[in-house]
Design a protein around this ligand. Structure first.
Ligand code: ADP
Ligand code: MG
Length: 159
C-alpha cells in the first residue's frame, strides 16, 4: 500500500527559489553571446525540477547564477525571499566535474566545510554523511583510491 505523509499545503506551495528576468551575456574577444534571455523560474518548497536542453544552451550558467557563483548581466534570483549575492552554506551544489580535493581523505573532504563547528559536531556530521552515502570503511581513503561512483558519492556528502 502506498502511504504518503500529510502535506503542509501552505509550505508545499511556498516559493523557495524565484528567478526574475535573468539575462546573461558573455563577452569574449569582443564577441558577445546572449546565453540567457529573460529567464523566469519559480521553484516551490519540496519540488524536484529538472532543467533540460541541448549542450551549451545555458543550464549550468543558470545554476551557477542561482548558486551565487556568477552574477547575471541583469535580473535577480531570490531564495526564501533573500536576494542571492554570493555563495552561501544554505545552498548546496553537487558539481558535474569533481569538486573533491584529491589531497584530502574522505573524512577530510567532508570536514573541510565544517570549520566553523565544534569538534564534536564535526565528527557527528562526518559520520552521518559517510553513512548516508554508504562510504563506511573508506573514511581514511583518498579520492584516487575510490571508484568513479564512490567519488561522486563523496561529492554528494561534501556538498
Ligand atoms: N565564463 C564564460 N565565458 C564565456 N562564455 C561562457 C562562459 N561560461 C559559459 N559560456 C558559454 O555559454 C554557453 C552556455 O554554457 P553552459 O551554461 O555551460 O551550457 P550547458 O547548458 O551545457 O550547461 C556556451 O556557449 C558557453 O560556451
Ligand atoms: Mg552544463
Amino acid at each position: 500500500m502506498l502511504q504518503t505523509a500529510p502535506v503542509n499545503m501552505e509550505k508545499a506551495l511556498s516559493t523557495k527559489l524565484r528567478a526574475r528576468g535573468i539575462n546573461m551575456t558573455f563577452t569574449r574577444d569582443g564577441v558577445s553571446t546572449n546565453v540567457l534571455e529573460n529567464v523566469d523560474l519559480e521553484v516551490n518548497e519540496g519540488e524536484f525540477v529538472c532543467l533540460l536542453g541541448p549542450s551549451g544552451c545555458g543550464t549550468s550558467t543558470l545554476l551557477n547564477i542561482a548558486a551565487g557563483f556568477l552574477r547575471p548581466t541583469s535580473g535577480e534570483v531570490t531564495i526564501d525571499g533573500d536576494a542571492v549575492t554570493g555563495p552561501d552554506p544554505r545552498r548546496i551544489f553537487v558539481f558535474q566535474e569533481r569538486g573533491v580535493f584529491p589531497w584530502l581523505s574522505v573524512e577530510g573532504n567532508i570536514d573541510f566545510g565544517l570549520f566553523k563547528l565544534p569538534g564534536e559536531e564535526r565528527r557527528r556530521r562526518i559520520a552521518h554523511y559517510i553513512k548516508m552515502v554508504g562510504l563506511q570503511g573508506f573514511e581514511k581513503a583518498y579520492p584516487g583510491e575510490l571508484s568513479g561512483g564512490m567519488k561522486q558519492r563523496l561529492e554528494v556528502a561534501r556538498a
